[in-house]
Design a binder for this molecule. Structure first.
Ligand code: NAI
Length: 338
């Protein structure tokens, strides 16, 4: 049996550790969905998350009750359709996988009509309730939904480009896994830089910048680039109408969220690929672009340049820019006309 003295010091230590450590509330909007559920589970296992707020137009209280039984310290709360403001209140990081996924034969742009208004409405609530939150957009088409969030926040006069991120982590995860599969290496030792956007030709893997990747040439290079650009289609086809990548996407979302939380907590030198407001191709009318970004206590700290390109990669960038420009403009004009 513990003495009263011991119990007092345990409770004092607890009190000290909870008041001394950072409190971080993370909200997941679309938490009841294919991506939202496993993302919530993975975030429940993250020690940097102290409070997890799960919102969806359906099913979030059930997911929250389930996830809340996992034996980690964070608190989990679920919010129903009419409780968006409560879900957002005090959130420092907001992850958005809300919206419809692709079916076979669809491009990400085909999702625009449905997902554009979902993302616009969520961004409007964020701008009102949690204007200082870091926003991680997963909902497709990312090339357009990120500019939509930016435009909504600009209209509300609360846009800070350091705090808005399109989640392109899955492209980098795939690139690394596919290249490692060819080279017979461990993906952990096979990083690949991927730049551009998050759909088809806008996804530009820079294999020449990787020690392992630069050995891949000719037809093998073409096949690998295609697989990285269209890897999502493999999942959509295999799921045969039941949706797109959810588990690997949740892994990618949790990975990026963890990188951001580490940086927000003061860790230096955290570099992650993400689709952000970027000056790199602004002169060519492309306001958002994904490259490696150094993250810091305020979000985006430093946008890395694309780095040296091979002649083939120059061509990939040439194909990427006009498509990306079109996707960005589509998002921006959706907000200005609605
Ligand atoms: P899903 O249909 O399984 O789940 C979407 C969830 O969003 C549903 O639970 C739905 O009730 C909810 N939702 C709809 N409207 C909402 C609103 N206004 N507020 C809150 N929640 C709302 O779809 P899944 O598979 O989870 O995909 C979600 C999105 O993520 C899709 O747009 C998909 O294309 C995208 N995605 C993005 C990837 C990336 O790399 N960035 C990779 C894979 C998918």
């Amino acid at each position: 049996m513990l003495s009263r003295q011991t119990l007092r010091s345990v409770s004092a230590a607890r009190h000290f550790s909870s008041s001394a450590s950072r409190q971080t509330k993370v909200a997941v909007l679309g938490a009841g969905g294919g991506i939202g559920q496993p993302t919530s589970l993975l975030l429940k296992q993250n020690k940097l998350v102290t409070s997890l707020s799960l919102y969806d137009i359906r099913g979030a209280p059930g997911v929250a009750a389930d996830v809340s039984h996992v034996d980690t310290a964070s608190e989990v709360k679920g919010y129903a359709a009419d409780q968006l403001d409560q879900a957002l209140d005090g959130a420092e990081v907001i992850v958005i996988p809300a919206g419809v996924p692709r079916k076979p034969g669809m491009t990400r742009d085909d999702l625009f009509n449905t997902n554009a208004s979902i993302v616009r409405d969520l961004a409007t609530a964020i701008g009102r309730v949690a204007p200082k939150a870091h926003i991680l957009v997963i909902s497709n088409p990312v090339n357009s939904t990120v500019p939509i969030v930016a435009s909504v926040l600009e209209n509300l006069k609360v846009f800070d480009p350091r705090r808005l991120f399109g989640v392109t982590t899955l492209d980098v995860v795939r690139a690394s896994r596919f290249l490692a599969g060819i080279a017979g290496t461990d993906p952990a030792d096979t990083p690949v830089t991927v730049v551009g956007g998050h759909s088809g030709v806008t996804i530009v893997p820079l294999l020449s910048q990787s020690a392992v990747g630069k050995a891949v040439n000719g037809e093998a290079w073409e096949k690998l680039v295609y697989r990285i650009q269209y890897g999502g289609d493999e999942v959509v086809k295999a799921k045969d109408g039941a949706g797109s990548a959810t588990l690997s996407m949740a892994y990618a979302a949790a990975k990026f969220t963890n990188q951001l939380l580490r940086a927000l907590g003061g860790e230096k030198g955290v570099v992650a690929p993400t689709f952000v407001k970027s000056p790199l191709f602004e002169t060519q009318g492309v306001d958002f672009f994904s490259t490696n970004v150094e993250l810091g206590v305020n979000g985006v700290e430093k946008i890395h340049p694309v780095g040296p390109l091979s002649a083939e990669e120059e061509k990939l960038i040439e194909a990427c820019l006009p498509e990306l420009k079109k996707n960005i403009a589509k998002g921006q004009s959706f907000v200005s006309s609605s």
